[in-house]
Ligand binder design. Structure first.
Ligand code: AMP
Length: 421
């Protein structure tokens, strides 16, 4: 099976080649022909299976064929988070780069005016989060009457995030006759109900496992003294422009302290731990999922059981007490074959936990000093951890000279990750 058998237009085939895809993933093999036929579809597939291309390629093909002339969008993709919306829009742009089709993304947390301007210029594909989409509809800066294809991407996550009413409302702005595609990793009764309301005699395709690309987690380990950890974290967030990071700490107090310190640096941050009320936790989590918070600081206990996956960065600010928690923690990353990054700070006082983790990893890892990071002198105005750096001869050492190497154990990450599949 290769991409040529779908009958996709040349421009899309060359875009696929340019992306380096040679063999369609299972969801693509099953979904692309159904979508090209014009049928409604339920795709049981999670992030990492190649589902974005599974709908983006046929949608671009169909829009390109129909050539209806309008400034209004003709395909609408609803996404749970702005991160996903931005990523999906990017995929549409990549795949459609040789086609005369435009893609616009709209989501909250950023200014609305540039979005209004983009919509006025006209777009063929619109990728949006439900809340901001409704804002545009309320302001009449958007008209959805020409939508031919609707995609509910990660529908289960949208429901988890409480978007069901927004989705129902958005439906009232769409023409009745349209093609509907719903992607969801899970089938809850709510998903079934929503599918029943929105889809019309859908074909159901399902893939159970993520592909290997998504299982890849790049793991990096940095030797750093305890008092420098927060500075290093700020350094990473700022110099590498992280979109979002989940940062694990060992104590409730540590979570509060770190979030205050990050806040002082102007980083939008929230913390969840056992001393916070359920309401406060839910709110913080919601803000993080919406993308309003760049960093979520959490203890293992508070993070357990929450649906937070596909993050670009997971940071082990403190090593977990229970070595197996390391695996649970880094399982939150690994988004979309873009290989999530798990970054672990190892301080000399964590030697015992570190040795336990090494056993769990079953592979050799490089602990390196962070590149380009100069230890920050203690600022007396800050609320800092007062215990100074502790060194032990046989522990990982931080290189205080500023001469650093940046090494990854991507081999180890891969091995571990495929074991997780
Ligand atoms: P998604 O599930 O859509 O988030 O995509 C997962 C990742 O797989 C993305 O980074 C894609 O670029 C990549 N991908 C999608 N289709 C293929 C393919 N046929 N072969 C290799 N990689 C792919």
């Amino acid at each position: 099976m290769n991409f040529t058998s779908f009958g996709l237009t040349e421009e899309l085939l060359s875009a696929v080649t340019k992306q380096g895809y040679t063999i369609p993933t299972p969801i693509q093999t099953q979904a692309i022909p159904v979508i090209l036929e014009g049928r409604d579809l339920i795709g049981g597939a999670q992030t990492g299976t190649g589902k974005t291309a599974a709908f983006a390629l046929p949608i671009l093909h169909l829009l390109n064929q129909s050539k209806k002339r309008t400034r209004n969008p003709r395909a609408l993709v609803l996404s749970p988070t702005r991160e996903l919306a931005a990523q999906v829009a990017e995929s549409f742009r990549d795949y459609g780069s040789s086609l005369p089709l435009r893609t616009t993304s709209i989501y909250g947390g950023v200014k609305i005016n540039p979005q209004i301007a983009a919509l006025q210029r006209g777009t063929d594909v619109l990728v949006a989060t439900p809340g901001r989409l409704l804002d545009h509809l309320a302001q009449k800066t958007l008209n959805l009457r020409d939508i031919e294809i609707l995609v509910l991407d990660e529908a289960d996550r949208m429901l988890d995030m409480g978007f069901v009413r927004d989705i129902r409302k958005i439906m009232t702005f769409l023409p009745r006759k349209r093609q509907n595609l719903l992607f969801s990793a899970t089938y809850s009764p709510e998903i079934r109900r929503l599918s029943g309301e929105i889809l019309n005699d859908p074909a159901i395709v399902e893939v159970s496992r993520k592909n290997e690309a998504a299982e890849k987690v790049d793991q990096s380990f940095f030797a750093i003294t305890k008092d420098q950890k927060r500075h290093l974290l700020v350094h990473f967030i700022q110099t590498h422009s992280w979109y979002q990071a989940l940062v694990f700490v060992s104590t409730k107090h540590g979570a509060d302290r770190l979030s205050k310190q990050l806040m002082k640096k102007g980083i939008p941050v929230g913390a969840i731990h056992g001393n916070k009320s359920q309401n406060a936790r839910t709110r913080t989590l919601g803000d993080f999922k919406k993308g309003d918070l760049q960093v979520l600081v959490a203890t293992d206990v508070a993070a357990r059981g929450i649906h937070l996956e596909g993050l670009s960065h997971v940071v082990n600010f403190n090593l977990p007490q229970v070595a197996e928690d390391y695996i649970h923690r880094i399982g939150r990353t690994g988004r979309a074959g873009k290989s999530g990054e798990a970054i672990t700070f190892v301080s000399p006082d964590e030697k015992d936990q570190w040795n336990k983790i090494l056993k769990v990893l079953k592979t050799s890892v490089n602990v390196s000093a962070p590149e380009g990071f100069t230890p920050v002198k203690k600022d007396p105005s800050e609320d800092v951890d007062t215990r100074g750096p502790q060194r032990r001869n046989n522990s990982p050492r931080a290189d205080q000279s500023g001469q650093h190497r940046y090494a990854r154990s991507s081999g180890g990450g891969r091995r571990y990750a495929s074991a997780r599949a």
